[in-house]
Design a protein around this ligand. Structure first.
Ligand SMILES: Nc1ncnc2c1ncn2[C@@H]1O[C@H](COP(=O)(O)OP(=O)(O)OP(=O)(O)O)[C@@H](O)[C@H]1O
Ligand SMILES: [Mg+2]
Length: 441
């Protein structure tokens, strides 16, 4: 079995466990693993590769970080193979050189292909036998088969809870005797065409996909505390080309969604609104931008080099004008988030708390604006740094790559263990992608 299809088997095994381990394990204690782990976050503005390993005391250590400006990626999707390949290769090569090792397989982010969440109830007849690990795996496989939709691929099939002979609220049914075992699954799927392009692009970089993990799911693994995941919380990862959200409650990922709007749209609005270059608009946003105007903003004048004019053509605009351009875009973004949550019927499950991650969450005033529009308590999520993570990679923009590495060290490790003990299953997404690639390369 090749690398990709092995991962497809492994994923089904990992998710067939009772209660996905986004609990204490994800907070810094990890299972022992001898091998190294690699996470690749393909963002719209930056590509980040983290290489790590689990140390003998069970702690995750980051061995190296490679980063490169993203090119050929729009709203999380590959739009130019050559440019994307060059950016990914550069980020991975930097991490490889620093760690003095080669990467073959990566756990990477799912941000493209319009990921969507669905619920599905699955029932298994056990005829008076005790539920075991195998029964949980069969439920996931049955769910995957039933959830299959033309043109879509299933990325996650996560058990939200079980019912034993109709009694609901069972978190771990293993060992319980039952006639019927039912589970409600959270299915995340995405468009197959976009995923094929992602897989092809990584194949051009000589990389195999070990697993795909929904980007805001990864951000949540990095930035949430246990109680938040139990009581209900929404993570909003504010990137350059996307704003993605993940709802966690009762310790599980309940819902995920992606909106193709991010910090680059704010920058473009500024460039257009002030007739300046994208580079200067970006600088103005990060140095002087805010979502809330104060009276002094009318008097504070900011220099703006005019696009297409010579170097000396500089206009002066009041800071209030900059704020007036930034605020509507962010208001619109949070209103979209609110609508998506309401449409998903997640008013209560989404909890009273919001945690913001992603580079664009660093804009001054974003937290207050989010609190006002979403009517929730909002905090910034800075992932607690695993050992060895340099300061330059420890801000909110790195929640997704750190979360991918956490996933690799927890869920990914369990999946590898299951695969190595020969728990096989029909090929899932990665198996099918591998077949598709083999037919074309
Ligand atoms: N201090 C800051 N203030 C405002 N915005 C900022 C700041 N620092 C970074 N940003 C914005 O953050 C965005 C990049 O965030 P991030 O690195 O999380 O995105 P990405 O992962 O590359 O993209 P995506 O997740 O959408 O595919 C850019 O639009 C950038 O302008
Ligand atoms: Mg991102």
């Amino acid at each position: 079995m090749n690398e990709l299809s092995r991962a497809g088997v492994a994923e089904a095994g990992a998710e067939g466990r009772a209660g996905l381990s986004i609990g204490p394990a994800a907070r810094g204690r990890f299972r022992r693993a001898s091998g190294t782990l690699a996470a690749l976050d393909i963002g719209s503005t930056k590509i980040t590769c983290l290489i790590g390993r689990v140390e003998s005391d069970g702690q995750l250590r980051v061995l190296s970080v490679g980063q490169h400006r993203a090119r050929g990626i729009r709203a999380g999707s590959v739009v130019d193979f050559e440019q994307a390949e060059a950016s990914i290769r550069a980020a991975v090569a930097q991490a490889e050189e620093l760690a003095d090792m080669q990467v073959r397989e990566v756990v990477t982010n799912l941000s493209c292909g319009r990921p969507a969440s669905h619920r599905l109830d699955v029932r298994l007849t056990l005829g008076g036998h005790a539920a075991d690990q195998n029964a949980l795996r069969r439920i996931v496989l049955e769910g995957r088969a039933r959830a299959y939709a033309e043109g879509r691929e299933i990325i996650h099939a996560l058990p939200l809870g079980y019912a034993v002979d109709g009694t609901e609220g069972v978190k771990d049914p293993r060992g319980m005797v039952c006639e019927t075992l039912s589970a409600r699954l959270h299915i995340v799927d995405a468009e197959v065409g976009t995923l094929r392009n992602l897989a092809s692009c990584l194949a051009r970089c000589d990389l195999d996909i070990e697993a795909l993990v929904a980007a805001p799911f990864a951000a949540g693994l990095a930035a949430l505390v246990e109680d938040e995941r139990e009581l209900g919380v929404t993570v909003i990862d504010m990137g350059g080309g996307t704003t993605s959200l993940a709802v966690f409650a009762e310790g599980q990922l309940q819902h995920t969604d992606v909106i193709p709007v991010g910090g680059q749209h704010v920058t473009n609005d500024i460039a257009r609104g002030l007739s300046t270059t994208i580079a200067h608009a970006e600088r103005m946003k990060t140095l002087h931008g805010s979502t809330h105007a104060v009276p002094e903003d009318e008097r504070e004048l900011l220099p703006v080099p005019l696009v297409g004019e010579d170097d000396h053509a500089i206009a002066k605009v009041p800071r209030s004008m900059l704020v007036g351009i930034i605020r509507p875009r962010l208001e619109e973004t949070f209103e979209l988030v609110r609508e998506r949550l309401e449409d998903a019927g997640l008013g209560r499950a989404a909890g009273r708390r919001v945690v913001l991650t992603g580079g664009a969450s660093q804009l001054i005033g974003v937290r207050d604006l989010a609190a006002q529009i979403l009517d929730k308590q909002v905090r910034h999520g800075r992932p607690p740094s695993p050992r060895g993570l340099p300061d330059s990679a420890s801000g909110p923009a790195f929640a997704v790559p750190v979360g991918l590495l956490v996933w690799a060290a927890t869920e990914g490790q369990i999946a590898r263990d299951l695969a190595s003990t020969g728990h096989e299953a029909p090929p899932g997404l990665l198996g099918r992608l591998a077949t598709w690639l083999r037919e074309r390369l």
